[in-house]
Design a protein around this ligand. Structure first.
Ligand code: PMT
Length: 224
């Protein structure tokens, strides 16, 4: 592992789930634990980067030598991501951001009524990684794709649609990898090729991913 691969680079990483409030005591969320994003933050620090970890609510301690910004909702994660984006060299979006949020947040706890069926109205959240990739000084932008089928083709579609430089695809239909597990197996998809990385711990995988991201970022900076 090259300890200097990211020396002098500013790396922003989103991690964990978002929580979209329904009322003061309830929210919509998902099973992301933050383990993948936190492991990436540690690996990027080890590679010499100055890291800002933008984290949804998780039960993990802040990695050492890294700045952590805690957020709850997708809108807060977007604001924290864009705040110093002009200083960012590499943006890695490992967070599992809620695609939708309730149209309105009730001021008081919602009461149980007599009706058997209750309908929720949801509105689309902003896309954080696509907003980063649309900035005039776009950093090298890396997304994740959590898919349950047609993993590679959906990832390729997100790579193009969100204007990303790389996308890391994981099959979240398997319970031994993806959400909340200690291990993961992913496929790194670039505009030129597809590279499969075998099952290993998220810590080891993070080291390999940071090496791959650093190499791609170097060659794209050379082209500019
Ligand atoms: O946290 P762990 O338990 O360790 O699990 C890790 C993980 C499975 C959550 C992680 O490896 C992963 O796949 N993260 C992305 C999950 C996801 O929401 O994927 P997606 O295919 O829905 O989104 C595609 C990309 O767009 C992602 O980079 C996501 O961060 C980004 N996105 C999505 C929606 C949105 N509103 N804003 C975004 O930035």
């Amino acid at each position: 592992f090259d300890r200097g691969a990211l020396s002098g680079k500013r790396v922003f990483i989103t991690a964990g789930p978002t929580r979209e409030a329904l009322d003061p005591v309830r929210y919509i969320s998902n099973h992301s634990s933050g383990k993948m994003g936190y492991a990436l933050a540690e690996a990027a620090v080890d590679a010499g980067a100055k890291v800002t970890l933008i984290s949804g609510p998780v039960n993990l301690p802040a990695p050492q030598r890294c700045e952590r910004v805690m957020v709850e909702s997708a809108e807060q994660m977007l604001a924290a991501s864009l705040k110093h984006i002009d200083e960012c060299d590499i943006f890695i979006a490992s967070a599992a951001v809620a695609d939708y949020r309730p149209v309105a947040v009730a001021e008081h706890k919602l009461k149980k009524g007599n009706e058997e069926i209750m309908e929720l109205r949801l509105v689309k959240n902003p896309d954080i990684v696509a907003s980063v990739a649309a900035q005039p000084q776009k950093p090298f932008t890396v997304g994740f794709a959590a898919e349950t089928r047609d993993v590679i083709s959906y990832a390729q579609d997100k790579l193009v649609r969100k204007n990303l430089d790389l996308i890391i695809a994981n099959d979240v239909s398997r319970s031994d990898i993806g959400f909340n597990s200690d291990d993961n197996a992913v496929t790194v998809v670039s505009h030129a090729d597809v590279q499969q990385l075998p099952l290993c711990s998220k810590r080891r995988l993070a080291g390999k991913l940071i090496e791959i991201i650093a190499a791609h970022q170097h060659s794209s900076a050379d082209k500019k």
